[in-house]
Design a protein around this ligand. Sequence first.
Ligand code: 5AD
Ligand code: SF4
Length: 470
Amino acid sequence: MKRNDVLIPAEELDRQREIRQQLYQRISRLPEQPLAMVDTYGCQQNEADSEQIRGMLSEMGYAFTEDEGEADVIVINTCAVREHAEMRVLGNVGALTHTKRRKPSQIICLCGCAMQEPHMAEKIKKSFRHVDLVFGPHVLWKFPELLSQVLDKQKRVFETPDDPGRIAEGLPVVRQGKLKAWVSIMYGCNNFCTYCIVPYVRGRERSREPERILEEVRQLAAEGCKDITLLGQNVNSYGKDLGLDIDFADLLEMVNAVPGDFLIRFMSSHPKDASQKLFETMARCEKVAPQLHLPVQAGNDRVLKAMNRHYDRAAYLDEIRRLRELMPDIVLTSDIIVGFPGETTEEFEDTLSLLAEVRYDALFTFIYSPREGTPAAMLPDPMSKEEKNRNFQRLVALQNQISAEKHAAYVGKTLRVLVDGENADGKHTLTARTDGGRLVHLNGDKALVGTWQQAKITGSSNWALFGELV
Ligand code: 5AD
Ligand code: SF4
C-alpha cells in the first residue's frame, strides 16, 4: 500500500473533530453533564485504543463513571484472542439489559477485535437487541460520527468494514495515569501464526512515522511520564513498510535520545526477527529497561512449525544466550500455549524443558482456544481437555517454582525502583517496580508516588518482592 493510502486523510479527521465539537455544543446545553463508561478487555493495544475512545468522549463533553447504572454511554472494548474473553464480554453485555431497562436512554456500544469477527457482530445484531452501536478497530477514529448517528436517528448502527487497516494520527487521548503511558508505534500483524485471530481482525502491519512517535514521547517526557511502553503486535517489524531505512532498533535509539527521566519498554517482540542489532541497541541505550517479553509459544520444533512461527527451539535458545551475554540481568518473560491441536504430552514436555533451560522471570500461560477462520481451528485435536489441563498445571507448577527461586535471589539486593502507586494489600502502603518491571511492595510516605527510590529487597514470593526504602 502507498503511504498516502495508509494515513487517514486530514480532511476526514477534521470532519470527526467538527462532529465532536457539534456534539459538545449540544451536550453543554444539557442540565447535567452526561457520563460515559469505558470497559476494556484484552491486551495493551486495546487499553491504548480505550484511551483514545475516552479522549473522543471527553472532547464531546462526557465525564466518566465506573458505574454502569448511571452511565449515559457505555463502550465495551472487546478481545477476540481466546474464547474465554469473548464469553465474558457476552455475559457482561447480556447483563446490561437490566441497566438499560432502568435507564432506557442509555447507549450501549461495542468495539474492538471481537466485533471484527463476522459471527460475533451477527450475534450481537440478532440476539443482543439492546446494543446500539457496533464498530470494528478499523473505524475507531469514526466513533464521534457513529455515536451521533445513533443519537440523531435513534437507530442501531453497525460499522465493521473489512480493511487492510490504516493509521489515524492526532486523535485525542485521556490517559489512565501520568506516570506510565502506552505509545503505539505500529498496528496490525502479517505473521499469521496458525492459532491466532489477530491478523484477521487488526489488518496488515503498518508503522507510524518516527517523527510522530518522537513527538508523542517528547510530550510525555515533558509532562513527567516515567515509564513509556512502545506497543505493536510485533514491534520487531517496525519500519518495514515505511521505506525510510529505519528499523525498530533505530527507533529505540531515537526514543532513547529524547531528553527526560524515563524508562522505555516495548512489546511484543517476535523471536523470528529479534536481531543482534536490537540486543546491542537495548544494551547500549540507558533508558531502555532491562526487560524483554519474547513469546516462545512452545518448545517443540514440530509444534513451532505447525504454529507457523518461523524459528526453532535451537534458534530461540541461541537468541536468549546472546541477549544474556550482553545483558546478564535482563528480566525475561514469555507467552506459552498448551494444547495446540495435535501437540502430544511428549511434545509438551519439550516446553517444560525449555522453561527449565531459559528460566523466565514470569510467564503468561494459555490453553489453546480454537478461533473460527484460523488454520489451526481446522486441525484434528484429539487430546482430551483433562490431559490439556494436567499439562497446563504442570507448566504452571514449574514456572511458579522458577519464579519463586528467581525472586528469592533478589533478597538482600538494593535496587532502583519507581514508586508507582498506593498499595491495597493491607500490609504495605506503596507499590513500586524495578527497572526490569518486577513488582515490589514497600512501606513509605504516599507523597513518594511518582519518584525513583532505592529499595532494599527483604523478602519474596512467586509473584512479587517485598522491600524497604533506603
Ligand atoms: N489460543 C490460546 N492462546 C492464544 N494466543 C493467541 N491466540 C491464541 C489462541 N487461539 C496467545 C499467544 C499470544 C498471546 C497474546 O495470546 O500466546 O502470544
Ligand atoms: Fe498473533 Fe502471531 Fe501476530 Fe502475535 S505474531 S499477533 S501471535 S499472528
